[in-house]
Design a protein around this ligand. Structure first.
Ligand SMILES: Cc1cc2nc3c(=O)[nH]c(=O)nc-3n(C[C@H](O)[C@H](O)[C@H](O)COP(=O)(O)OP(=O)(O)OC[C@H]3O[C@@H](n4cnc5c(N)ncnc54)[C@H](O)[C@@H]3O)c2cc1C
Length: 405
């Protein structure tokens, strides 16, 4: 293997109280809350819009929102007010309305927004993370901060900071399937009940020589609160590593191939799709699981089944069941007793100045399969920002904060 050695001199553009890397559900929860609390906040996002899987991967509906106050309630209530929330199971949303709302809330919270910017590295001084280095159209730039929050989903910042992690399932390193979501118009059923789409697909394959291989038995047509439009959750890509850029590229290509094949199968063999059109595939394949960054606390399936509570909880409970997109796990641990997430699960072991939020926090395979949904990711972000604000106000390190709420 050949290596080259690089050396850079990078300009420090500005300093902040908080830098949030990643503008998905967890990142927006963190940044909007931090901004509202008067913290000088910068958010860095590789795309030109907020929302992460909500908007980039066409993920729907909004799970685990109903037992939440704060930003989750605010977002869902405001979406509903304008007819942009509801259609599927009472909880699907309009992507564009979500984008627009997040732009507005972020600006109103006074957060400095840096789109089209990729995280490159951390700045570390005396063993503490004190900022980030990024790459964008302007070249390489550095920003300093009292706290950096890793909301990249994959734990990119934490890995650069030297944090330990487990990839996927701690037993064998496998991760949940990725999915290429796609947007269609006019399927001829208003709401896809469990099994309805699967039964239609099976019937088509039993009746005709379709050559189509059904490899997932819980496909959904998810109606949007947009007349005539739905997203389809069905095209799974397995055994690819979402943090390996070559494998991720293959997954994108395979995912789109499979969407085109699937949609042609729908059109040709399932009458309910005869008048339907494929409007778009998601800009980014949905990656369910990659790294779990190991923190001061490791959430386990025992916490889920016992309804664990913690003194340093983040002010909400996760009530979403364990959802693993793999038939081998269909029978294992499905339901949880609503449980809390401790601040310690957001603090990468042995690393100061850095928090994780969202799907990359510290927990096992089953726990991740529950707390990864978007309502819980937003709420984690709010909790993280509240803890940071408290630490800064009380002039303490975040590890000295034993009670957040
Ligand atoms: C196919 C699929 C279906 C799902 N279905 C549902 C569902 O129906 N309901 C539900 O509630 N949840 C669902 N989930 C789970 C949920 O969408 C995710 O777990 C959740 O979005 C994670 O939030 P996050 O903020 O941690 O990460 P993400 O949503 O992935 O956001 C991470 C953000 O960071 C940015 N980013 C990443 N790396 C960098 C970098 N290096 N530099 C700069 N920016 C970066 C990304 O562009 C993105 O905006 C689904 C997930 C998938 C993949």
């Amino acid at each position: 293997m050949e290596y080259i050695k690089e050396s850079f001199t990078t300009k420090v553009v500005d300093s902040y109280d908080v830098i949030v890397v990643g503008g998905g559900p967890a990142g927006i929860g963190t940044a909007i809350t931090a901004g509202r609390k008067g913290l000088k906040t910068l958010i860095i996002e590789r795309y030109g819009f907020f929302g992460g899987t909500w908007t980039a991967s066409l993920v729907n509906p909004f799970f685990d929102y109903a037992n939440k106050d704060g930003l989750v309630k605010e977002i869902t209530t405001e979406l509903a007010l304008h007819g942009n929330f509801g259609a599927f199971w009472g909880k699907s949303y309009n992507f564009e309305a979500m984008k627009n709302m997040l732009d507005t809330k972020m600006r109103e919270a006074g957060v400095k927004i840096l789109f089209h910017t990729y995280f490159s590295d951390v700045i570390k001084e005396d063993g503490r993370v004190t900022g980030v280095i990024v790459q964008n159209k302007g070249g390489r730039m550095a920003f300093k901060a009292k706290y950096v929050v890793d909301a990249t989903g994959d734990g990119d910042v934490s890995v650069a900071a030297g944090a330990d992690y487990i990839f996927g399932n701690e037993k064998d390193g496998s991760a949940q399937a990725m999915t290429t979501m796609f947007l269609i118009s006019n399927p001829k059923f208003r709401q896809s009940e469990p099994d309805e789409l699967y039964e239609l697909m099976k019937k088509a394959c039993d009746t005709y020589n379709t050559g189509y291989n059904i490899d997932f038995d819980k496909p959904y047509v998810i109606w949007l609160p947009l007349d005539g439009y739905a997203v389809v959750q069905l095209v799974h890509i397995r055994n690819k590593n979402g943090t390996d850029p070559f494998e991720l590229s293959e997954a994108e290509l395979e995912g789109r191939d499979k969407v085109y094949e699937t949609f042609n199968f729908f059109k040709k063999y399932i009458p309910e799709f005869k008048d339907s059109d494929l409007i778009m595939t998601a800009p980014q394949i949905g990656v369910r699981e990659t790294r779990h960054i190991l923190g001061d606390y490791y959430i386990t399936v025992n916490d889920l089944v016992s309804g664990a509570e913690f003194e340093d909880n983040l002010g909400f409970k996760v009530s979403f069941n364990v959802d693993i997109h793999d038939d081998n796990f269909a029978q294992s641990c499905k339901s949880v007793v609503p449980y809390q997430i401790p601040l310690r699960a957001l603090l990468p072991k042995g690393v100061n100045g850095l928090l994780t939020v969202g799907r990359c926090i510290s927990g096992d395979f089953y726990a991740h399969a529950s707390y990864r949904v978007t309502g819980d990711c937003v709420a984690m972000g709010e909790g993280a920002a509240t803890a940071i604000a408290k630490a800064i106000k009380e002039n303490k390190d975040i590890r000295e904060i034993k009670k957040v709420f």
